[in-house]
Design a protein around this ligand. Structure first.
Ligand SMILES: [Zn+2]
Ligand SMILES: [Zn+2]
Length: 600
């Protein structure tokens, strides 16, 4: 037997044995389990989530599956099921929120479907011809026919052309042209929704530029929001100039864009220039207290150079969590991985600096001796404790801890209108002008359903139902209360699945949380998961606070609504009371509520 034959035999051998052991269908299923989904936006209900997915137009429904953690609705890429971009919606057990989980891989259906494109020598020849200025499809077909290679069709030729154009477009921009285009926007706006140039800094010598666009109405948002969200995006401008979207969240966690800036770079100086434009446009009165962005230090430093150091830097938990999860993959044992993640999630809920420091101390003590996680713990402490720890909830209580609102607006920019593909700078400016104008007019109070800036969280029907069921649940262990002063009452609520609290439990809890005298991380966890404390404001109940995770994320929770309803500070509408305990409320507004809403 020759060597050649042996090789062939070996290959066919392994192939057949593979097929025997793993039928192709099973193989595919096995593979899917390795996909890593990241937690994304939280939607109020399924209908809204479905509407958003439909508007995004990227995914289509595939299947629904009842799992241990709840109902999952799976979606796949609209273009190709081979595409790595996938997502599912998790319907929470309590029937309230719908959470979006998405793979962190971008759409790659183009690469995966490449077999339909032209490959090999034909492609080489075609590229050669195109580069030499032969662009007519029939000319190309004729030349390729002459060489005896397979002939591409017209569609394949135009695809190849588009591809070449996209990688070889010249990076030329004339600063003079840009200045002219921007100056045209500087005219006195005739309406609140007309795009204006907030400011520009163009340096002809250094060949750099920075400019910011907005509308008069969008700029007004600055007077409400004392937190500023900033997020950079690329892949919007053909020349690869970074685009920075600035905005703020209202107290109902809705994102409101303020402006869009484009610059030549992403250094501290670049961000400094952008923030300088923002600051000079609104005089001295604008003093943002919180800056929320991903981990880029250049943003922090640029911000500080303009607004001073008296601000809190919040690192977007969504970004931090994604990076941590990525690193966790290095740890082999899945249980260890899960335990670490759950410990970090608990750190994230820390209520203030002292609480966080105490928890971190216990975390270090628990994990630093474990050899299997040495690398990870070293990375985590170096990056996210020593260098930047502003990702826990207590960093800026009452402010959001993620940039999720902004993430989705960047997605929106990419999807809306002609912005689905990269544009040359000049066209891009025209395009974002329209975009800003559109966002602005959506906020016109003359419209019946305009997007308003909420100064308080909206209490949804689902939240009211949840609160009502929680409070009326007779099997629930009883709540204790303690009057602190004339305005504050503290309520101690046992967490779900725990027994009723006695005086000793509460004294113990107060002592531990005040003195931070935990000895072990596990005791810390037990304390934190034992009960929730509501600091109830008698005069203005909406100013009350709860330390449950829901409140930390959404600034409202069932405990607070339930207590307020019980104290007659808040009225749960009757339509929310018609659901027997234990049965999930269907998403959306109940029909009985319609009349009441019209009166409102
Ligand atoms: Zn795709
Ligand atoms: Zn609560």
């Amino acid at each position: 037997m020759t060597e050649f034959e042996t090789t062939i035999l070996n290959i066919s051998d392994t192939e057949s044995s593979d097929e025997d052991n793993l039928p192709p269908r099973k193989k595919a299923k096995f593979k899917r389990n390795f996909l890593d989904y990241f937690k994304g936006a939280i939607y109020e209900n399924l209908t809204i989530a479905e509407e958003i997915l439909k508007a995004e137009g990227e995914f289509r429904f595939k299947s629904a599956n009842q799992t241990e953690c709840g109902m999952k609705h799976f979606y796949k890429c609209k273009v190709s099921s081979k595409c790595s971009a996938k997502l599912y919606l998790l319907l929470a057990e309590d029937g309230q929120d719908v959470i979006r989980y998405q793979t962190n891989t971008a759409h790659d259906h183009l690469q995966k479907n490449k077999t339909s494109g032209v490959q090999g020598p034909t492609r080489q020849l075609m590229v050669e011809l195109l580069k030499n200025g032969i662009s007519g499809p029939s000319q190309i077909q004729a030349s390729i026919r002459d060489s005896g290679l397979p002939i591409p069709n017209r569609k394949q030729i135009s695809n190849a052309k588009a591809y070449l154009k996209s990688i070889e477009a010249p990076r030329i921009v004339s600063l003079g042209d840009l200045e002219k285009q921007l100056s045209a926007l500087l005219t006195e706006p005739t309406s609140q929704d007309q795009t204006i140039l907030v400011g520009k800094i163009i340096d002809f010598e250094k060949k750099t530029f920075h400019f910011m666009l907005s509308t008069p109405r969008l700029m007004q948002v600055l007077t409400f929001g004392d937190c500023l969200h900033a997020d950079g995006t690329y892949k919007l401008v053909l020349e690869n100039f970074p685009v920075l979207v600035l905005g703020t969240l209202d107290k109902n966690r809705n994102f409101h864009p303020i402006s869009i800036a484009v610059s030549t770079g992403e250094t501290e100086q670049d961000y400094g220039n952008i923030f300088r434009i923002l600051a000079s446009s609104c005089g001295t009165k604008y003093e943002p207290k919180v800056l929320i962005a991903d981990s880029a230090e250049a943003i922090t430093n640029g911000f500080e150079s303009v607004f001073g150091s008296n601000f809190v830097r919040v690192y977007c938990w969504y970004h931090v969590s994604a990076k941590i999860k990525d690193r966790l993959k290095q740890i082999e044992c899945p249980e260890t991985r899960r335990e670490l993640k759950s410990d970090i999630d608990l750190l994230q809920l820390a209520e203030d600096k002292l609480d966080f420091d105490a928890a971190v101390h216990l975390f270090r003590q628990k994990w630093s001796g474990v050899d299997a996680v040495k690398n990870f713990v070293g990375y985590f402490i170096g990056e996210y404790i020593d260098q930047r720890c502003g990702w826990y909830e207590g960093t800026a209580p009452g402010f959001p801890s993620t940039n999720n609102g902004l993430e989705s607006i960047n997605g929106l920019i990419k999807r809306q209108g002609t912005l689905r593909k990269r544009l040359p700078l000049g066209e891009f400016v025209n395009c974002i002008s329209k975009l800003l104008s559109g966002w602005s007019s959506e906020r016109d109070p003359q419209l019946p359903d305009y997007k308003r800036f909420r100064l308080e969280p909206v209490i949804t029907i689902a939240a009211m139902t949840d609160a009502y069921n929680w409070f009326k649940d007779t099997s629930r262990p009883s709540t204790r209360q303690k009057k602190i002063n004339d305005t504050i009452i503290k309520f101690f609520v046992p967490a779900k699945g725990t027994r009723s609290l006695d005086e000793k439990d509460i004294a113990n809890y107060i002592q531990l949380t005040e003195k931070k005298s935990w000895r072990k991380f596990e005791t810390y966890r037990k304390t934190k998961e034992k009960l929730w404390v509501i600091e109830y404001d008698i005069i203005n109940w909406m100013q009350s606070r709860c330390n449950c995770p829901m409140f930390k994320k959404q600034h409202i929770c069932k405990h607070l609504i339930g207590l307020a309803a019980n104290r007659k500070d808040f009225n749960i509408s009757d339509a929310c009371k018609n659901v027997p305990i234990g049965i999930k409320r269907r998403p959306g507004r109940p029909k009985q509520c319609k009349q009441a809403l019209i009166v409102e």
